[in-house]
Design a binder for this molecule. Structure first.
Ligand code: SF4
Ligand code: SF4
Length: 247
């Protein structure tokens, strides 16, 4: 007992103060891309050709964050002259087309569906469905339950049964083998319900895009309310999206 109290006293309060204060992210973290529009076409072409995800729109000089895996190749080969990744982790959107960006994103708060705030603002129970994810997206959702992020303090919890939940959080590219299970889970959630797509795999197929074994984007089979890009999205990106959209 004494040891517990001593540890508590020595360690203090470890939960981050987000959203009141933005915690510092790792210096090499790649968040929202910032595009330099006045760069030459050759430079854009070089980056677009090197991009493993075909995520660069040559004509509009924009990056599709729904496809991007934030590998940093375009930033490296353009020496930051075309693309530079900022440390801004607040990159979720409620419209898929807004993920195609030159660095500007509409405020998620303005685009959140107000009735969701009214329905789930005080309590949001979510069922996570890993639909063939590599486990990185899942791991970065899991950490939201740790004392540092302490998701439950906002009234948001992950629950075991879809029947006890208000919506599903989907990760992974939705393989053919997982599609039926995912749709059955969605059906088991009582209405009104929300659908959240986490990670480039879920949003567009990500690194598996084009494979006949996967669904080419969750929105092709379910109505998606919230898109959280990344590979995997940073836990703070997930936290920002949930708080801004529902609180
Ligand atoms: S960071 Fe994104 S846009 Fe740039 S090369 Fe990698 S996948 Fe393509
Ligand atoms: S988006 Fe990236 S991290 Fe998430 S499941 Fe797909 S490959 Fe893994």
């Amino acid at each position: 007992m004494f040891t517990t109290l001593k540890n508590r006293f020595e360690q203090g309060h470890r939960t981050c103060n987000y959203p009141n204060e933005k915690p510092a992210v790792f210096e090499r973290y790649r968040g929202k891309p910032v595009i330099q529009k006045d760069v030459s076409f050759d430079m854009v072409e070089m980056c677009a050709t090197a991009c493993p995800q075909d995520a660069i729109d040559r004509n509009q000089k924009k990056i599709n964050m729904g496809r991007c895996v934030f590998c940093g190749t375009c930033e490296r080969i353009s020496d930051g002259k075309f693309v530079k990744f900022s440390g801004d982790f607040e990159i979720a959107t409620s419209q898929k087309e807004h993920l195609l960006t030159a660095g500007d994103l509409p405020s998620l708060a303005e685009h959140s569906k107000q009735h969701f705030k009214k329905l789930f603002g005080r309590s949001l129970q979510l069922r996570q469905v890993s639909a063939a994810g590599c486990n990185a997206c899942e791991a970065d959702l899991n950490v939201l339950a740790t004392p540092f992020f302490d998701l439950a303090r906002f009234g948001i919890n992950f629950v075991a049964s879809p029947r006890h939940s208000d919506g599903i959080v989907v990760t992974g590219p939705v393989s053919r083998n997982m599609k039926t299970a995912l749709l059955q889970t969605y059906e088991a959630v009582p209405a009104p319900k929300v659908v959240i797509a986490v990670g480039s795999c879920t949003i567009t197929g990500g690194p598996f895009s084009g494979s006949p074994e996967i669904t080419q984007g969750l929105d092709t089979i379910l109505p998606v309310d919230l898109f959280i890009p990344g590979c995997p999205p940073h836990p703070l990106t997930n936290l920002h999206a949930l708080l801004t959209f529902f609180k």
